[in-house]
Design a binder for this molecule. Structure first.
Ligand SMILES: Cc1cc2nc3c(=O)[nH]c(=O)nc-3n(C[C@H](O)[C@H](O)[C@H](O)COP(=O)(O)OP(=O)(O)OC[C@H]3O[C@@H](n4cnc5c(N)ncnc54)[C@H](O)[C@@H]3O)c2cc1C
Length: 302
């Protein structure tokens, strides 16, 4: 029996050998052995409870912070779709499905005069990715606005986790990597609609100026290091000083516009990106003694 035939019946989509390249911002990576797009939370819960814990499961959001290996991803890749993309307003609270884009959360909040969530207009991922990464920009992070999240564990058990259970730090959650987030509840504060829109425009303009957002990129490649260790320098400043701006390996390049962003100049492979990133880590270490940590998440086989 083939692997896909051994999986339980679902109401959503279950497809074998799906190229993941087209889903990722970096436009590289091999195939998912099986791609599962659950119809809704109960479909996902049923699938998880009916599959062996031995089967690897990997969740994909908008893949804006992901490097997928050239040899693909074994097991099941789960991509939450339309059944998880609703955003609704409850007073000053915003409830959002994990597949909703962060920008949709920002826009819906803005239209309802809820301030505090404007920064999500600057992040091209989904709510699920933001929950895992503690995504943030322009002085705000997910942990500043999150109240609670709904998640399923590997056996399909539904749980509500409060902010403190997610153990957030800079671009990191200490909660189990096996959790699949399905929903989040955010809290904002009442604000003036036109000021909120102005702030969103300012964030979008700043991004256009400073980031290569029209390229095939993956956002910040490396986390900013501890300022005490880096003498106050951020990742891009260390990369720049170590000669990494514009550095190329195959079709992968450190952006000239923002040298902590990697870009696919055309025919890059995941291996090119991995090599380029490793080369940057070693250059920066040699130059400053600082060991950069990848912010981009690597999945699959390289
Ligand atoms: C142009 C550009 C600009 C960016 N700017 C910023 C920025 O300013 N600030 C910032 O923080 N990030 C930024 N990023 C990175 C990225 O957008 C964020 O990390 C985002 O939160 C990732 O969300 P995603 O949906 O794309 O997640 P993915 O990249 O698909 O996945 C990231 C991680 O989250 C996990 N994940 C995704 N969904 C779920 C889920 N439902 N349940 C459990 N785990 C899940 C994945 O398994 C993976 O480990 C930028 C990226 C780009 C391309």
């Amino acid at each position: 029996m083939s692997f896909i035939d051994s999986l339980p019946e679902v109401r959503g989509l279950l497809v074998a050998n799906v190229p993941l390249k087209k889903y990722t911002w970096l436009r590289v990576g091999g195939e998912a052995e099986v791609l599962f797009v659950p119809k809704d939370e109960s479909d996902l819960a049923h699938f998880l409870s009916s599959t062996s814990n031995e089967i690897p499961m990997t969740v994909l959001g908008a893949a804006s912070n992901l490097l997928v290996g050239d040899s693909g991803v074994k097991g099941v890749v789960i991509k939450l779709g339309g059944g998880f993309s609703n955003v609704s307003i409850e007073g000053s609270f915003v409830r959002a499905g994990a597949a909703a884009l962060d920008s949709k959360v920002a826009k819906k909040a803005a239209l309802s005069g809820i301030s505090g969530l404007e920064f999500y207009a600057g992040i091209p991922g989904t709510v699920g990715g933001a929950l895992r990464m503690n995504a943030g920009c322009y002085g705000s992070e997910t942990k500043d606005v999150l109240v609670s999240t709904v998640a399923l564990d590997r056996s399909g058990r539904r749980m509500v986790l409060n902010l403190n259970e997610l153990k957030y730090s800079y671009r990191h959650s200490g909660a189990s990597n096996d959790l699949i987030y399905t929903e989040a509840l955010f809290k904002g504060v009442p604000g003036d609609i036109s000021s909120i829109h102005d702030k969103i425009s300012e964030i979008s303009d700043n991004r256009n100026i400073s980031q290569p957002i029209k390229e095939k990129t993956g956002g910040s490649t490396f986390k900013n290091p501890d300022k005490k260790k880096s003498k106050g320098l951020s990742a891009w400043e260390l990369i720049d000083a170590a000669g990494g701006r514009g550095l190329k390996v195959g079709g992968a390049q450190m952006s000239q516009k923002h040298c902590n962003f990697m870009i696919n100049t055309g025919e890059a492979t995941a291996a090119d990106f991995e090599c380029l990133g490793n080369e940057i880590v070693s250059k920066v270490k040699k130059y400053s003694g600082v060991e950069l940590q990848w912010e981009i998440q690597k999945i699959g086989n390289f």
